[in-house]
Design a binder for this molecule. Structure first.
Ligand SMILES: Nc1ncnc2c1ncn2[C@@H]1O[C@H](COP(=O)(O)OP(=O)(O)OP(=O)(O)O)[C@@H](O)[C@H]1O
Ligand SMILES: [Mg+2]
Length: 333
């Protein structure tokens, strides 16, 4: 049984006028030990998807249909109280605004040992020892456990939240751009340490990021989101080396080389679709250098080994991949 399996999950937000489908019919599977990178441009639905998984959508947001199976139990069917019990211990979440989630009136150490004491019992001293180890792991001085959050910098707060999220060896960590306040070197250091820790007990992670270089370094699987859909999904080496969807091909060009060779960075022109409007066919149509009329029709999924993608020109993917490597292909758009 997979640790987490999403089957045809859609999420909609009610707007003052109309509605907005931020996640559309998403399916994916995560096994124990997997680290999944969820990538895509701003506004493509990454945060909405993970808030849907963990039942933290704002009041105007709703998981419309589909199943979210965690260790076999459907998270769409459990109560808020049951979900609360799973937090920290089974699924822990590091949000995009994690820095603001420390309580200003308690010392940071007190806040870190609280869930440890609540879930694991034991003495305060034992919990504090664990907190110290976690501070070592995220590169904070142990002495800072005695300080209040206001004396922490943004980056330190972020590290403290990461430490807290790791406190109970959760089976699944969902991290929504957890290292944005940290510089690149510290970021990869911390992600490596989280990975090493997860390895020790076969824990899994969903790592949300804009940055596919981070995915290449950290993840075993990748889901590429565009306009509310996962348009390509699979093993990280496969997807990043031999992308099958034109958007993934373009995304790869927009980042410094993952395999060392120097090449020109090319960005994808245009902007993502407005999700409050009905979209038929491929969401990437407007920006795709390879678009054809048939792309406007409802797309079929193409299954590949350990993954899938949605592109009407799937049979021509080897050819398109070669063209996508040429900067001119994108600049002529
Ligand atoms: N509370 C809300 N009410 C209405 N629409 C929302 C709400 N939150 C998000 N949206 C819309 O849902 C879509 C997806 O947003 P989401 O925050 O999930 O994107 P994201 O991929 O996490 O972006 P970013 O990389 O900027 O964090 C966007 O069009 C956004 O405007
Ligand atoms: Mg987000």
């Amino acid at each position: 049984m997979a640790l987490l399996e999403l089957k045809n999950v859609s999420v909609e937000y009610k707007l003052s006028e109309g509605k907005l489908r931020a996640v559309d019919n998403v399916s994916m599977k995560l096994e124990n030990g997997d680290v999944l990178g969820l990538v895509g441009e701003s506004g493509c639905g990454k945060s909405t998807l993970i808030k849907g998984i963990i039942n933290l959508l704002p009041s105007n947001g709703k998981v419309l249909d589909g199943n979210i199976l965690f260790n076999g139990s459907d998270l769409t069917q459990i109560s808020v109280e049951e979900m609360r019990k799973k937090r920290w211990k089974e699924i822990s979440l590091i949000t995009q605004s994690a820095m603001n989630s420390l309580n200003p009136v308690y010392k940071v150490g007190t806040q870190i040992i609280e869930p440890i004491l609540e879930h694991n019992g034991g003495t305060k001293a034992e919990a504090m020892e664990k907190a110290k180890e976690l501070f070592d792991l995220v590169g904070l001085e142990r002495g800072r456990l005695d300080d209040y959050p206001h004396s922490y910098s943004g980056g330190m707060k972020q590290r403290a939240i990461i430490a807290m999220s790791l406190a109970l060896d959760p089976k699944l960590i969902i991290a929504d751009e957890p290292t944005t306040a940290l510089d690149v070197i510290v970021q990869s250091q911390i992600l490596e340490r989280i990975n090493a820790l997860l390895d020790q007990y076969d824990g899994s992670m969903i790592l949300v990021t804009h940055d596919i270089s981070v995915v290449a370094q950290t993840c075993t699987k990748v889901a590429v989101m565009y306009g509310g859909k996962i348009i390509e999904y699979g093993d990280v080496v496969q997807v990043l080396k031999r992308p099958n969807h034109p958007y993934t091909m373009g995304l790869k060009n927009a980042f410094p080389s993952l395999v060392g060779e120097k090449k020109e960075l090319v960005s994808i022109q245009g902007t993502p679709p407005d999700l409050s409007k009905e979209i038929s066919g491929c969401r990437f149509y407007e920006r795709c250098p390879f678009r054809q009329d048939k792309c406007k029709e409802e797309l079929e999924i193409t299954n590949v080994e350990n993954g899938y993608f949605y592109c009407a020109r799937s049979n021509e993917r080897d050819e398109l991949r070669k063209l996508a490597d040429i900067a001119d292909t994108w600049e002529r758009m």
